[in-house]
Design a protein around this ligand. Structure first.
Ligand code: PNW
Length: 497
């Protein structure tokens, strides 16, 4: 089934956090201002064929210059919390000394949010590594984790008195495996098991930051610390086919357990070793890069776990007619890339006939319920937040009669968000402690390798004029955020129109 169980009107807990999320490189623009240095995305977006249409984040949503207006927009949509990422190359250009102008921007943003009654939620790393650090090896170099901790603490010094929620890393899976194994994302390296080494160093960076902020004790001012993972449900395409069952195990291993086990249990799952046997990075197996004490740091308790969920997966471990190797969700729009897990070249993602989004991702809301229940049952999880969920669809922009304004009805996105909120509610009903939901994204923005071709916003952005126009999904979300209540399914068509 793809339908959530809950169909009628439902009310979330009174203190449930209703948020929206963005990321620095995807919205800010102003890439050469106020001392910012290039990041790996400034470089990668200029590699011919790396990003659809050669789009870059040079201007993006020009949020750097429109920040107060964007915060006012959030307030008008009843957004209770705003999850934004801070740009490492603004705060510590080239990964070096702190840059006061960069810090000041995030300080002004924080104040603006607080003045408008919106809770700030900082993500310290959403993929914009300073290029100078990539030149020194990037996330395959252990030193990057220590540089990350310095950068994180610079920001915590500046904002720790005002920001209650701190996420160290956004989706280390993407940084590690799309960046260093598959090559779909910056820095575009296709180096096999290097992705596992990068994953370890990303998690080490997380652990160092959590440890240091905790060590500051009272200076940490009760901050809620955590990490955000992009997790999935991996169902074998054919549960009666041993090759598919094994493909699902491996996908679950590299996508979910690779991160869940070290962070929540302080260890790596046993089967990863077998799946990467004989694979070397710089002449050594990845385990050689795990030093004494690393797993204790990585596995130290966290206060919140962020879950980003977009789609379920049904891998097959064999050739299936009509199924892309590489699967829809990880195909690169233009460039020849590798499968983003070492040793998984045989895994295919046949379509299951589910509805798909503009990204070609299969819509599977009940997978979110199962994922959340699994986290509760298999791991000792802290309170959970859905830190991203949303969908790209082509929007029909209509010029409204009379005032010349535009109107955007996005029934598919509205239904997607509603279905995933119901799926979240179903998990809460089953005893999972989920405390908030963040729509991805507040604004249409730079969708990485897909450039500006995919729109995830509940607010439309006209990239010519930078005009922001709330879509029907934003009006729906504003109502839900204000009331904490989902309207019955029967009322959705009316809300969408
Ligand atoms: C996440 N995949 O990215 C990110 O956190 C956002 O910045 C992004 O805009 C959003 O989801 C939509 O894509 C992902 O290949 C990118 O499976 C790619 C994948 C997953 C997540």
């Amino acid at each position: 089934t793809t339908e959530p169980a809950t169909r009628g009107e439902v009310t979330f807990p009174a203190d449930f956090l209703w948020g929206a999320a963005t990321a620095a490189y995807q919205i800010e623009g102003a890439v050469a201002e106020d001392g910012r240095s290039p990041s790996i995305w400034d470089t990668f977006s200029r590699v011919p064929g790396a990003v659809l249409d050669g789009d870059t984040g040079d201007v993006a949503c020009d949020h750097y210059h429109r920040m107060p207006e964007d915060v006012a927009l959030m307030r008008s949509l009843n957004i209770g919390a705003y999850r934004f990422s801070t740009s490492w190359p603004r705060v510590r250009p080239d990964g070096g000394a702190p840059n006061q102008q960069g810090i000041d921007f995030y300080s002004r943003l924080t104040d603006e949010l607080l003045q408008r009654g919106v809770t700030p939620w900082v993500t310290l790393y959403h993929w914009d590594l300073p290029q100078a650090l990539e030149d020194a090896g990037g996330w395959t170099n252990r030193d990057t984790a220590y540089r990350f901790a310095e950068y994180a603490l610079t920001l915590h010094d500046a904002l720790g008195d005002r920001v209650p929620y701190w996420t160290t890393m956004n989706e280390p899976w993407c940084s590690a495996f799309l960046g260093y194994t598959g090559g779909q994302h910056a820095p575009g390296r296709q180096e096999g098991v290097a992705g596992v080494v990068a994953a370890h160093h990303l998690m080490l960076g997380h652990g160092l930051v959590v440890d240091e902020i905790r060590r500051r004790g009272a200076a940490g001012r009760g901050a809620q610390l955590g990490i955000t993972l992009n997790l999935t449900v991996a169902d074998p395409f054919d549960a009666g086919e041993p090759a598919d069952v094994d493909a699902a195990r491996r996908l679950d291993g590299f996508w979910n357990r690779m991160f869940l086990d070290p962070i929540l249990r302080g260890r790596y799952a046993d089967d990863l070793a077998g799946d990467t046997e004989g694979m070397l990075f710089e002449g050594r197996p990845w385990q050689d890069f795990v030093e004494d004490g690393d797993l204790a740091l990585i596995g130290a308790p966290i206060d919140v776990l962020g879950v980003n969920y977009y789609h379920g997966d049904a891998p097959a471990g064999r050739t299936v007619p009509g199924a892309d190797l590489l699967g829809s969700r990880i195909r690169h729009p233009e460039r020849r890339t590798s499968i983003p897990w070492p040793g998984c070249e045989d895994i295919a993602f046949p379509r299951r006939g589910l509805p798909t989004t503009g990204m070609d991702w299969e819509v599977q809301p009940e997978g979110l319920t199962r994922l959340l229940v699994r986290l509760k049952e298999e791991y000792d999880v802290p309170p959970l937040y859905i830190t991203e969920n949303g969908a790209a669809y082509d929007d029909q922009v209509e010029t409204a009669a009379g005032d010349g304004g535009v109107r955007i009805d996005d029934p598919a996105r509205l239904a997607f968000i509603d279905a995933h909120l119901r799926a979240t509610y179903d998990a809460i009903q089953q005893g999972v402690d989920v405390r908030g939901y963040f729509a991805w994204s507040l604004l249409d923005n730079y969708e990485w390798a897909y450039g500006y071709s995919q729109r995830f916003g509940i607010v439309h952005v006209d990239y010519e004029t930078q005009a922001r126009t709330p879509k029907a999904s934003a009006r729906y979300y504003a109502r839900v955020a204000a009331s904490g209540t989902l309207p019955p399914l029967s009322e959705l068509p009316e809300l969408a129109g």
